[in-house]
Every structure is written in C-alpha cells, then in structure tokens.
Write a protein that binds this ligand. Structure first.
Ligand code: CTP
Ligand code: CA
Length: 222
C-alpha cells in the first residue's frame, strides 16, 4: 500500500535498524563476509519510515537501494557497526538488529596485499564483539529486537539467544530453507517474546513481514 495510507503507529518514534553483512578485512583487496542481502533490514527501515518513525539505518555493503527518507550510516566491519550503533543508541525507542554481523575477524589486518611468493597463507581469526549482547546490557527503556539465523534446532537456539542477549523480541529464521531467508524476497519467521510467548508469521514478502513485525514491536514501546 502507498506510504501515505499506512497508519502512523510509530509517529515521532526513533527507530534504529541494522542491515546487511559486515566485511572483515584480511588485506587491502581481500575480506571475509557472508550471504546477507540486507533485504529484511531495509524492508524494516522502509516500513518504520512509512509508519511515521525517524529511522536510522546502519548498514554494511548493500547491492539494493537505500530507501529515501531514512538516515543511512554505511559501515564496513563489525567494529565500525558497534561504534556507530553505540553512538546512536541512547535516544532510540526501538532498535532492530537484523544485520548479519561477522562472528570472527582476522587477528591482524595486513597493510599490503599478501603475495603468493610467501607461500601458503594461514589466517588466524578472533571473535568479534557481540553488538546485540552489548546493547542488551546497556539498554534502559529501549525495545531491543534481535534476529537469529539458524539451520537446525530453531526453537532451542532462539530461546537461548533471547535470554543470553536480554532482548525483548527475537525473530528466528531458517536460513538454509530454499526461497526464504538470506538473499530471498520472502521470509517466514517465528517471533519469540521475552515473556515466553511465541508468534508464527507465515511465508510472505519481506515488505509485508516487516510491517507485521513492526505492529508487534510497537506494542512494547512506551
Ligand atoms: N549479533 C551481533 N553481534 C555479533 C554477532 C551477532 O549483534 N558479533 C546479533 C545479530 O545481529 C543478530 C543476533 O545477534 O541480531 C543473533 O545472531 P546469530 O548469528 O543468529 O547468533 P550468534 O549469537 O552470533 O550465534 P551463532 O552465530 O553461533 O548461532
Ligand atoms: Ca553469528
């Protein structure tokens, strides 16, 4: 539906969305990343804007257009995403972490391109900071939403993440199912709430799903 007809359920609210993959540099021409397209996060940013929110979109490299009318803050690495999100966290009403943040990054980033004459290359990886968990520890009145990308035991893993990261909502998706999840235009998710209740959202376009999810999240905003 045209944006002017969308009910303004988030009028005047500040919503921060993270989207897309992060990029962890190995050297100036090589990096580690993942399959995230950013479509779900961008759909959420767009839907929140249409509901009247002031939207900040912190995003990794995207191959899809950034919606008009949102404040887009591009980042590369998980460290940059952490810094940018923290700088804008305090005055948000709702923070949705749909980005696929790298779990590991190279321990050292080489200043020059690695040359083959040096022989085989071993890349040592270290864990990145868990941005969502950091926000969960820091949050006051903000409503915090996490995503979970799972390929098996969805419910068990999702509930564990909900608790460990102290989020209000956890959106779980089966990323290995063809036609939904990473890169797809449609998605089908299970929404876990901090109070233990569960809500299944059937397969639909990421735009429709973004709208349906925001209708859930807005209930918790004070
Ligand atoms: N996340 C984050 N910072 C990280 C890793 C993940 O903020 N360094 C966030 C993601 O944006 C997502 C949520 O944590 O909202 C869950 O991400 P997911 O990859 O499903 O879980 P992990 O906790 O990273 O655990 P694992 O990948 O081992 O399943
Ligand atoms: Ca992860």
């Amino acid at each position: 539906i045209a944006s002017q007809f969308v009910p303004k359920h988030l009028l005047g609210k500040r919503v921060l969305v993270t989207a897309g993959p992060t990029v962890e540099r190995i050297d100036p021409v090589r990096f580690l990343s993942n399959d995230s397209s950013g479509k779900m996060g961008v759909a959420l940013a767009e839907a929140a804007r249409d509901m009247g929110a002031y939207v900040t979109l912190v995003h990794g490299p995207l191959q899809i257009p950034i919606p008009d009318g949102v404040t887009a803050l591009p980042v590369e690495s998980s460290a940059e995403m952490l810094e940018t999100v923290l700088a804008h966290f305090d005055d948000q009403h709702l923070v949705i972490k749909s980005a696929a943040v790298a779990d590991y990054r190279p321990t050292t980033v080489h200043a020059e391109k690695h040359k083959k004459v040096h022989g085989p290359l071993t890349i040592e990886l270290e864990e990145t900071t868990d941005i969502l968990k950091t926000l969960g520890m820091k949050k006051r009145d903000q409503i915090l939403v996490g995503f979970a990308a799972e390929t098996e035991q969805l419910e068990t893993h999702a509930r564990a993440k909900l608790e460990k990261k102290r989020v209000d909502y956890l959106v779980a998706n089966h990323v290995a199912t063809p036609g939904i999840g990473f890169g797809a235009d449609e998605n089908e998710v299970t929404l876990f709430r901090a109070d233990g209740t569960v809500h299944r959202l059937p397969r639909q376009s990421k735009q429709e799903l973004a709208h349906a999810l925001l209708l859930q999240f807005k209930e918790a905003i004070r």
